[in-house]
Design a protein around this ligand. Structure first.
Ligand code: FAD
Length: 373
């Protein structure tokens, strides 16, 4: 039985851990739960199909990721995980320009040829749009996509960890680093123990480069800070609202428990800045109120900060670290990591178990991003 250790349990690490445990590997998952963990702060939109992004490699992972969700959630529920945080609620994209709405319908229907899970794609009148999402401003029709979903990243991550532990995986909430012998990684060490492993899988988000220091390697990674706000409307049941994707860079969705999420900022800073800022809150509230003035009287519950891990060309990367046959590295899930994470986790588990992947690994290779330090 292969002995595997996963460093980092955001959505990606938790997904790999679950898949490996399912396939009978011996699994230890280690996570130090950094504040700023992307998965915990994320919004939770699963709707890659209406994006105008043209990169085929990105779209492939996002599309496969969205497709993978229903089966995964069913499987988790069957293993007793009832709070996966996933719900298919559909999405609306409001606009006051009918030409733009029609172009979006056309684009999305074309993608439906390969992705029937997109479901119905229709233009809703102003009245129909408001019926689905009552806080909407006057004057907007919308494109409705029935296959879109939302997911609470933290709830799903915890379900995956819990399901993995039922399959005998071990979860340690602690810091760790690589354990080396004669220049080769042979496992990990924490403050309390060393753990030997046949495979070490690094899914450590924006903190991943710290782990590579003993190998004198660095990966060209960057990050984008996201601030995000949670609200609630008194006496309003928002649990089944669709995801709302206006034509700016922010969105509105609801999570279980009548939570309404608005955001998020996209801040390209030089260093990790864990602060919530007035500027961030102002931007989020102004953009949300532009399309949803009905939220004006909602209750402010909390705000969060998370760091989206990016590579230089905005694509996820994964593979074995050169010269270290037992170390797999995966990162760069960017702004769509909740969508892609579970599917990519399944692929990483296949890589770790020397099975054939369903995607061309060369499209996401590490090589051009690695340099010696
Ligand atoms: P993370 O979730 O950051 O997890 C990395 C983990 O590694 C952390 O827990 C950290 O503590 C741990 N770690 C690091 N180093 C060590 C170490 N040495 N020892 C132990 N543990 C370690 N995606 C979507 O698909 N839809 C969305 O709507 C969406 N909205 C978003 C909104 C915001 C505000 C943000 C920030 C992100 C959003 N994303 C969304 C993107 C998505 O959240 C990320 O791409 C994804 O969560 C990245 O997951 P990850 O597992 O790679 O990293």
């Amino acid at each position: 039985m292969k002995k595997t250790v996963i460093i980092g349990a955001g959505i990606l690490g938790a997904s790999v851990g679950y898949e490996l445990a399912k396939q009978g590997a011996q699994v230890t998952i280690v996570d130090r739960e950094d504040s700023g963990q992307a998965t915990k702060a994320a919004a939770g939109i699963i709707c890659p199909w209406i994006s105008q992004r043209r990169n085929k490699r990105w779209y492939r992972l996002a599309m496969e990721g969205a497709r993978y969700y229903p089966a995964l959630v069913e499987e988790l529920q069957a293993s007793g995980e009832c709070n996966t945080g996933y719900k298919k609620v559909g999405a609306i994209s409001p606009h006051n320009n009918i030409d733009k709405l029609e172009a979006m319908v056309k684009r999305t229907l074309k993608r439906k040829e390969d992705a029937p899970e997109i479901g119905d794609v229709t233009i809703l009148s102003e009245q129909e749009s408001k019926r689905l999402f009552p806080p909407l401003a006057d004057g907007y029709q919308s494109v409705y996509v029935s296959g879109a979903a939302r997911v609470d990243g933290w709830a799903l991550r915890n379900s995956l960890l819990s399901a993995a532990q039922k399959l005998d995986a071990i979860f340690l909430q602690t810091d760790c680093s690589l354990l080396m012998e004669n220049g080769t990684v042979i496992g990990i060490k924490t403050a309390h123990e060393t753990i030997l492993a046949d495979e070490v899988i690094i899914t450590a988000g924006v903190w991943a480069n710290e782990l590579l220091q003993p190998l004198k390697l660095a990966i060209d990674l960057s990050f984008q800070k996201g601030q995000i706000i949670h609200l609630q409307m008194p006496e309003v049941n928002s649990d089944d609202w669709p995801v709302v994707m206006p034509p700016h860079d922010q969105y509105i969705l609801s999570l279980n428990g009548n939570r309404i999420v608005i955001g998020a900022t996209h801040e390209n800073d030089e260093a990790l800045d864990y602060r919530l800022t007035m500027g961030g809150m102002k931007e989020i509230m102004e953009k949300a109120l532009l399309f949803a003035p009905g939220l004006l009287n909602s209750t402010f519950l909390e705000a969060k900060v998370g760091f989206r891990p990016f590579t230089a060309d905005f694509l996820p990367i994964f593979g074995r670290i050169p010269g270290q046959d037992s170390v797999i590295f995966a990162n760069g899930l960017g702004a769509s990591g909740l969508t892609m994470g579970p599917y990519l986790g399944q692929q990483l588990a296949k890589l770790a178990l020397d099975k054939e992947l369903d995607i061309p690994a060369a499209d996401y290779a590490l090589d051009e991003f690695i340099s010696e330090k």
